[in-house]
Design a protein around this ligand. Structure first.
Ligand code: TRP
Length: 334
């Protein structure tokens, strides 16, 4: 029997290189070995974007096309939309009794996000909604609705998986052994740095290369990437380890070329402009397969809809089964 994995992503923007190297490539590998549920977490996206429903709606389609174009195979993966699974909302209500407000406030991921909101909006009381504070509970419902055993996520999500495990243990303690305690599954490349040298590539940081970026945009972005600030002239020797251009070469170029680039850079035999141009060409080549697939899906919106409908239907069946078990354990199976 294949193990079940579940993971999700918020439809708030297109996928960028950080998503691809940090998670997407790993998902594509896992789809052969596991029973895979991949959730487009529109309900979770709405916790932060409740006043911008158009954005979430648009990005459900965008992200679906991105995922399919990186190689997520809809025959192997149950790709589904969270809001189409009412059982998740129902489980969230029951689980909300099993977690204290104080514990949610102590969740490190929630804590960081509250700090960010405070910085943006000032007064916490005005910006922290009940729905936001409770999203870890809803995420526990996402995972357990499908009996998820493994959850492939980035490091920042670990506290949310831990919170889910606590809820599962408490549920099983009170209502009897019903739910599986999930384990997180960290991918090897954890985080991709941004064009500006920031530790994280992110939409809000404005330092990302998106998979949907066209050639010209990629060229422009790479031209603006941060290089060794101590290198002033073209033939100054430099330190590739502080250079974002070298960093991306390592992601998309061959080992042999990377070695040459490294030694030329150190010896001052390589100008940054030429090095950037070479990287841009490589990057565009790297993205060409994605672009070709993406174009096909863009031209066939009915197919994209059908894939979502079918994945969602399979997910609904599983969630229904799981819900029946939970209702029985909680003695609400009237
Ligand atoms: N919170 C995750 C993120 O922001 C997305 C997500 C929603 C998720 N539901 C999930 C991840 C369930 C893992 C499991 O990236």
């Amino acid at each position: 029997m294949k193990k079940t994995i579940l993971t999700g992503l918020r439809p708030t923007g297109n996928l960028h290189l950080g998503h691809l190297f940090g998670a997407g490539q790993n998902w594509v590998k896992l789809q052969d070995e596991y029973n895979f549920y991949l959730e487009i977490a529109d309900v979770q996206a709405l916790t932060d974007n409740f006043n911008n429903p158009e954005k979430v709606r648009k990005n459900v389609k965008e992200i679906t096309m991105d995922l399919l174009s990186i190689g997520i195979d809809p025959e192997k993966v149950n790709l589904f939309i969270q809001s189409k699974i009412p059982e998740i909302a129902e489980l969230t209500v029951y689980y909300s009794n099993l977690v204290t407000v104080a514990r949610l406030h102590r969740n490190p991921t929630v804590k960081t996000e509250i700090a960010q909101k405070k910085e943006l909006f000032g007064n916490e009381g005005e910006s922290i909604t009940y729905g936001f504070l409770g999203y870890p509970v809803s995420q526990a419902a996402d995972i357990t609705a499908f009996d998820g055993e493994l959850v492939p996520v980035g490091e920042d999500q670990l506290p949310l998986i831990e919170q889910c495990r606590e809820i599962v243990r408490k549920f099983n303690n009170i209502y009897g052994d019903t739910l599986t305690e999930p384990e997180s599954y960290l991918s090897k490349t954890k985080r991709i740095k941004g064009l500006d040298g920031n530790e994280k590539m992110g939409k809000s940081l404005g330092n990302a290369i998106y998979l949907v970026d066209d050639e010209e945009t990629v060229n422009k972005k790479i031209m603006g990437a941060v290089t060794d600030p101590d290198k002033i002239k073209k033939d100054d020797p430099a330190n590739p380890d502080v250079c974002m251009v070298y960093y991306y070469h390592k992601l998309v170029n061959t080992d042999e070329n990377v070695n040459t680039i490294c030694s030329e850079c150190k010896k001052g035999e390589r100008g940054c402009v030429a090095c950037k141009k070479e990287l841009a060409a490589r990057m565009n080549e790297f993205l060409s397969d994605f672009r070709a697939k993406r174009k096909q899906y863009e031209e066939n919106p009915e197919l994209v809809q059908k894939i979502l409908d079918e994945g969602t239907k399979r997910a609904q069946e599983k969630a229904k089964e799981q819900m029946a078990k939970v209702r029985k354990a909680m003695k609400i199976d009237y």
